[in-house]
Design a binder for this molecule. Structure first.
Ligand code: CP
Length: 320
């Protein structure tokens, strides 16, 4: 097993072996989740603190379910209702979490880099559950797992990522996770929502930019539509939502340009009718709910691997 990470902050420096270790471990966790009693003992006696200073449904709930499925104690802290609302600094919040004895801190924060700051100031393992525009590594891993499960080996497969790439931590983490597995990425979206260097051709090896979405989708093996992040945008980046939807929205006609059966993904939450039509989001090619389901097993895998590094975890089977 190739795993020696103390934290999960980003996958930008992960090897293919490390990514495959998580994906293999995820398979074992899915078996636990298919048992009549979806619970195993390895994190018994450990505490997982979920510190979400930005809103979340999928990531927060799936981490909570994942930690409980592995028998950890779980505590939730959100910005609203905690002392963050009274102006407590991130540093003091971290020290408080440390004093409360968390073994793992799962955190989401609006500031890029906040999980790195926390990781340097706590003995706990830190998992980045999304920081600003920067990274969402657990989403990248669950997207890789879901895609590989659906289409098989990703070597040479072409995946289109369309939409608001500029503000998307998911796009960056998907790229960082899919490239080492052999996939090629085509980015598409309005030039104003593509990072300047990328739209000028300075792209990582294996990544291209195609401004025409129809051309990008021709013969593609999968598409990942991104949420239009209106809360992070300055004004003037788009002419209008109607125009965005017309030019960049994922419709059934556009999906038909891909390889037969090529899947459609979206990290959620969706702006249905803007970046994706409801008929596509809920159509036969959609893996969007499967992504959510797989998110629990991927997060169980990561919690298990971090716990194993910190000290021998309990068994995956209940002893008689
Ligand atoms: N994909 C994702 O991060 O969703 P949430 O914001 O609901 O956690």
């Amino acid at each position: 097993m190739k795993w020696n990470r103390r934290h999960v902050l980003d996958t930008d420096d992960w090897s293919r072996d490390e990514i495959e270790t998580v994906l293999d471990q995820t398979r074992a966790m899915i078996e636990i989740l298919q048992r009549p009693i979806r619970r195993a003992p390895p994190l018994r006696g450990r505490t997982v603190i979920l510190f979400f200073a930005e809103s979340s449904t999928r990531t927060r709930v799936s981490f909570e379910l994942a930690a409980k499925a592995l028998s950890a104690d779980v505590t939730n802290i959100t910005a609203s209702g905690s002392s963050v609302e009274k102006g407590e600094s991130l540093y003091d919040t971290v020290r408080t979490l440390q004093a409360l004895g968390g073994d793992v801190v799962v955190m989401r924060h609006a500031s890029s880099g906040a999980p790195y700051f926390v990781a340097q100031r706590t003995d706990a393992a830190v998992i980045n559950a999304g920081d600003g525009w920067h990274a969402h590594p657990t989403q990248g891993l669950l997207d890789a797992y879901t895609l590989r499960d659906a289409v098989g080996d990703l070597e040479g497969r072409r995946v289109v990522i369309v939409g608001d790439v500029l503000h998307s931590r998911v796009a960056r983490s998907d790229i960082n996770t899919l490239l080492p597995l052999g996939a090629r990425i085509t980015l598409s979206g309005p030039p104003t929502l593509i990072p300047l260097a990328w739209r000028c051709g300075q792209l990582p090896p294996g990544v291209t930019y195609e401004s025409d979405l129809d051309r990008a989708l021709d013969g593609a093996d999968a598409v990942i539509a991104l949420r239009l992040q209106r809360e992070r945008q300055e004004s003037g980046l788009l002419p209008s939502l109607r125009e965005y939807s017309r030019v960049w929205g994922l419709t059934a006609d556009r999906v038909a340009r891909m390889r037969p059966g090529a899947p459609v993904m979206h990290p959620g939450p969706m702006n249905e009718g803007i970046e994706i039509d409801a008929s596509v989001a809920h159509g036969t090619r959609s893996l969007i709910e499967t992504q959510v389901t797989n998110g629990v097993a991927v997060r169980m895998a990561l919690l298990y691997l971090l716990a194993a590094r910190a000290g021998p975890p309990g068994p995956l089977e209940e002893r008689a």
